[in-house]
Write a protein that binds this ligand. Structure first.
Ligand SMILES: [Zn+2]
Length: 277
């Protein structure tokens, strides 16, 4: 399986790819630019192209992640910034040879009308993707529910994709911590989640998994990632999910705490051992 982790671009895009091979990763995720800002980055094209070549040579699959302030249902003041930033992320990801750019399902204030929020999100995706003709996809990620229930269900993800003008430019990224914390996956109902995802056409567009355990129980609506062996999701339950045949060769990327006593290198080795690889 293609286990990997989030990796810093401190040493550039190529540097991140080199680091991935050193820790035994077969995939990785990176922030294409400063994760705290929506400013457009003038990136080093040479570095990005070399990253793409290196990944091809070493059979590494990659995904990028939008900066934290990226909200697809941002208000009028912010939305232009969000759009330009997302387009910039898609360009960088494309040059790096990545599958796509993970972007969280939009977050609405509790006072806002959800239908209006969905409409703004569809509009934002249409505006960005009408200006985009590269290979990299926008990968919608399911929410944990910490800011309200929007974007936690498979139904919403599938519907939003279908209601845009450009479904072919959109895929999905499943975060296992979020799907557990939201209560969609309780840990005990994987076969139901799988059946529903197949029926709704979700899994055929799933391009990556954020493989995280959760520090809080199911239905807590909290977004706190934990290491695979040390969270509220039992290891057997994670193993059941990982054993599902629907995932194929897609990247499984850790976004878990990593310290010297349990590094991402250790966690990837742990996962390979767990899955008998
Ligand atoms: Zn995630």
């Amino acid at each position: 399986m293609r286990f990997g982790s989030h990796i810093s671009i401190r040493d550039g895009y190529l540097g991140a790819a080199r680091h991935a091979t050193k820790i035994g990763a077969r995939s990785f995720q990176y922030f294409p630019k400063n994760p705290r800002s929506l400013s457009v980055k003038k990136y080093d094209r040479r570095d990005a192209i070399e990253c793409a070549e290196f990944c091809k040579e070493h059979d590494l699959l990659t995904i990028a992640h939008t900066p934290y302030p990226t909200n697809l249902v941002a208000d009028e003041k912010q939305i232009q910034l969000v759009q330009d930033s997302l387009l910039n992320d898609l360009e960088i990801a494309n040059e790096c040879g990545s599958i796509g750019v993970v972007v969280h399902f939009g977050v609405l204030k509790n006072t806002e009308n959800p239908l209006e929020g969905y409409q703004r999100m569809i509009q934002t995706l249409n505006d960005v993707l009408s200006r985009w003709d590269g290979e990299a996809l926008a990968l919608l990620e399911n929410n944990a529910g910490k800011s309200g229930p929007t974007g936690t269900t498979i139904e919403e993800l599938v519907q939003i994709r279908q209601l845009t003008d450009y479904p072919d430019k959109i895929g999905f990224c499943l975060d296992t911590c979020h799907v557990f914390a939201s209560g969609v996956w309780t840990g005990d109902n994987w076969s139901d989640v799988e059946a529903k995802g197949i029926e709704l056409g979700y899994f055929e567009h799933l391009k990556a998994v954020h493989l995280n355990n959760s520090a809080y129980p199911t239905r807590s609506m909290k977004d706190r990632h934990a290491n695979i062996p040390y969270g509220e999701i039992k290891v057997e339950q994670i193993k059941e999910l990982l054993s599902s045949s629907i995932f194929g060769e897609i990247p499984f990327v850790l976004e878990t705490p990593h310290e010297s006593r349990f590094s991402h290198q250790d966690e990837i080795a742990y996962l390979n051992e767990l899955m008998g690889e």
